[in-house]
Design a protein around this ligand. Structure first.
Ligand SMILES: [Zn+2]
Length: 104
């Protein structure tokens, strides 16, 4: 599965993005909207880091984790917490990463 494809949350069929699942006809519009919202937040976070807008980066990193919690987003949030000198939050995230995901 890549960025051009998605997995139906109902039947698990992997397919290209569309409004309905090709197999079970589940309405996938909300899934697509959340994926698009995640990508916007991720890009805003990265561009904010690049522009040294660290509070904005942190806000968008938190939104990324809300929308899709996985090792990638937790690492992004940990970096943003470090950049904002939120040491305890960054430490907690790194502990969560090592215990929940065993640092991939
Ligand atoms: Zn389906």
């Amino acid at each position: 599965m890549n960025d051009d494809s998605m997995r139906c949350p109902t039947c698990r069929a992997v397919q290209s993005w569309s409004d309905t699942c090709r197999r079970c006809k589940t309405d996938l519009r909300l899934v697509r909207e959340l994926a698009e919202e995640f990508e916007v937040a991720r890009r805003l976070c990265l561009s904010s880091i690049n522009q040294n807008r660290l509070r904005a980066a942190l806000t968008n990193a938190r939104r990324c984790v809300q929308l899709r919690q996985n090792p990638e987003t937790l690492r992004l949030l940990a970096v943003c917490e470090l950049l904002n000198q939120n040491w305890n939050s960054a430490r907690s995230l790194l502990i969560q990463l090592t215990t929940d995901y065993i640092c991939e």
